[in-house]
Every structure is written in structure tokens, then in C-alpha cells.
Design a protein around this ligand. Structure first.
Ligand code: 13P
Ligand code: SF4
Length: 329
């Protein structure tokens, strides 16, 4: 079926930008949805925030702001829109709601979870605090509002070391990612009490795989997310948050690069760096991939899938995120 002139006028410039990473046959399905979403977004004064792991048709097609989890939280606190549609996972939408409690925050698929977030509950944190009296709790933002309400300060991979050191203490409870905890411990003298959570996407990478790719691609630059196991980070040339990885490529323009992270990341960064050659062994995040254009349109039309946080958690949880935001990157 041919696309109408209206749809072509509004979406051809987008396709021209991303045609290297989105096949033309798929575009016929994406274009009418993008056209409708972008129109509805204006009519309803809605803003679409997207994480760097969203597919290129979302990231480049409908998102008003795309970034890492720290910047998404900050952006949610600043927006003038009435509705925030979070194209990401549940904890990101909950964090947006904490930062903007008077806005309607929608998540296109309520089942978009996260293995880190589901690895720990508020009750687990209460027990940890009992076992470690007086030790402050630093929680990765990849946690539920319940966990955040038991947390002194949140962090993301972009500012974890800075947050830990900001407390001026000798010991912190750092949860839930055991690999991020190891990464932080390698960069600070503060003693870290970890939790046993992992990211199901990043834990799958191995140093063997990285070293093989390096052998097959002499001169390749390997950049990894700090949720990867330590030997993977050690085998890489740089580690940073998703936006840190993006910035690294933008600034250094390596000839050839491998991003050791979720698959859509390379596609999205490739669009903005056409002279860089991306080698793409990657792992998909099944939760991030639950978000599709069809679901974005549906939830924006119906204004369903609204994020609501129990009153007894909101204030304490919000404080932990606001403290993180005030520390910055
Ligand atoms: P960033 O904070 O680096 O965007 O990472 C979030 C995430 O879920 C990575 O798996
Ligand atoms: Fe969670 Fe890992 Fe998916 Fe990020 S990539 S949302 S940490 S499961």
C-alpha cells in the first residue's frame, strides 16, 4: 500500500535520516503510526521521552527527548507538557512520576520491567539496613518506588562514583547491581556492601567474546556499559552510561567501534555518526523491546497505562531521586 501525501511529507525526512538502520519494507508500517503519534502529541500537549535503547523508529521518529536514565529523570522534572509518555521501562516511568507528580505519566506497556529492579524489594532493603545499622543506602535508579523510599540517595551509571563519594562516609550499601557495585568499588576507597542483582542483558557478554572481536578487527574501539561483568569492562577501552557511550563516539569518531550493550544503541548512534563503522554483536533487552509505535499510539489515544505511586512512598522516594539530580553527572 502506498503512503498518503500527508504522511510522506511529515515522515520522509525521518526515513531519509534512518534508512541505513530501518528497512524500507518496515517503514511502510512505521510511517502512518509516526504521523498519527506526532499529531496527537501536539493536540494533547504530550511529550515523549525515550531511553537510548528504544528502536530507531521511536528514538528518531517520535521522541522529543532521548537520553540515558539520569537525563530522562531530569527532563521529566522540567517539562511543561501535561502528559509524559515514557518509552522505556517501568522504573523509568515511575521515576518520571516522582519528578513530576502532577503530570499524567503513561507507559505504553506496563509489563516493561527490568531484571535489576525486580531483584530487590523494599522489605529486602529494610533487612539490609537492620544488618548494617547507620550505613547509608545508595540505590541504582533501576529500582521500584518502594525500594527508592528506603533509599538515602539514588544514582545511575553516569554518576554512581560521584554519588557514593558525595556522602563523605567510609561505607555504603550499594544496590541492586553487583557488577555496577564492583565497578564503583574499583574507582573509590569507600567500602561497598553490594546486593546480588544483575542485568540480564549485560551479564551475557563475556571477555572471550570481546577479545575474539578485537582479534578479528584490529584497531577496533570497544566501549561497554558498567552493568557488564568486570572482566568485560577490563577488556574494553571505555566504560560509561548509555549517554556516556554516545558522547564517546561523537567526540572521538573511532574508525570502528563495538558498543557492548543493548542492540538499538548502536543503530541510534550510527545514524548520528555516519563515518563510524559499527560492529554489532549485542543483546536485546526484552523489556525495552515491549515498547512499540502501535502501543505508544494506543496509550496516547486512550490515556491508559498511567503510573500511580502509593502516597506513603512518594515523598521519601522523590527525595532520593532529587538528591541524585542535584549531584548531576
Ligand atoms: P543508563 O542509565 O546508562 O541509560 O542505563 C540504564 C539501563 O537500564 C541500562 O541497562
Ligand atoms: Fe534492566 Fe538490563 Fe533492560 Fe536496562 S538493559 S532495562 S538494566 S534488564
Amino acid at each position: 500500500m502506498e503512503l498518503s501525501t500527508d504522511i510522506k511529507i511529515s515522515t520522509d525526512p525521518i526515513f531519509n535520516r534512518i534508512s541505513k538502520v530501518v528497512p524500507e519494507i518496515e517503514w511502510k508500517i512505521h510511517a502512518p503510526l509516526i504521523h498519527k503519534i506526532n499529531k496527537l502529541k501536539k493536540d494533547k500537549n504530550a511529550v515523549i521521552l525515550a531511553h537510548n535503547y528504544q528502536t530507531p523508529e521511536i528514538y528518531h521518529g517520535v521522541a522529543d527527548f532521548s537520553s540515558d536514565s539520569l537525563a530522562l529523570a531530569v527532563e521529566a522534572s522540567k517539562t511543561k507538557a501535561d502528559i509524559i509518555v515514557m518509552c522505556g521501562v517501568h522504573f523509568m516511568a515511575e521515576t518520571a512520576k516522582l519528578m513530576s507528580p502532577n503530570k499524567k505519566v503513561l507507559l505504553p506497556d506496563m509489563k516493561a520491567g527490568c531484571s535489576l529492579s525486580s531483584s530487590i524489594t523494599g522489605e529486602d532493603v529494610r533487612l539490609l539496613k537492620k544488618k548494617n545499622p547507620g550505613v547509608p543506602v545508595v540505590s541504582y535508579v533501576n529500582t521500584s518506588a518502594d525500594v527508592k523510599s528506603e533509599t538515602d540517595i539514588c544514582c545511575t551509571s553516569a554518576n554512581a562514583v560521584k554519588v557514593v563519594e558525595s556522602l563523605g562516609v567510609k561505607k555504603v550499601i550499594f544496590l541492586p547491581d553487583k557488577y555496577l557495585a564492583k565497578y564503583v568499588a574499583s574507582k573509590t576507597n569507600v567500602k561497598i556492601v553490594p546486593w546480588n542483582g544483575t542485568c540480564e542483558v549485560h551479564e551475557k557478554f563475556t571477555a572471550k567474546e570481546i577479545n575474539e572481536i578485537k582479534e578479528q578487527n584490529p584497531g577496533i574501539v570497544v566501549i561497554a556499559h558498567p552493568e557488564c561483568p568486570p572482566d568485560v569492562i577490563n577488556a574494553s577501552d571505555f566504560a560509561g552510561s548509555t549517554s556516556g557511550m554516545n558522547e564517546y563516539v561523537k567526540k572521538n569518531q573511532p574508525k570502528k567501534v563495538m558498543m557492548v550493550t543493548e542492540c538499538s544503541m548502536s543503530d541510534n548512534v550510527q545514524v548520528e555518526n555516519p563515518n563510524v563503522d559499527f560492529i554489532k554483536p549485542c543483546n536485546l533487552c526484552p523489556h525495552m523491546k515491549r515498547i512499540t509505535l502501535a502501543k505508544i499510539l494506543d496509550c496516547l489515544e486512550k490515556e491508559n497505562n498511567e503510573i500511580l505511586i502509593p502516597n506513603n512512598l512518594v515523598e521519601k522516594a522523590r527525595l532520593s531521586v532529587e538528591r541524585m539530580a542535584s549531584i548531576g553527572r
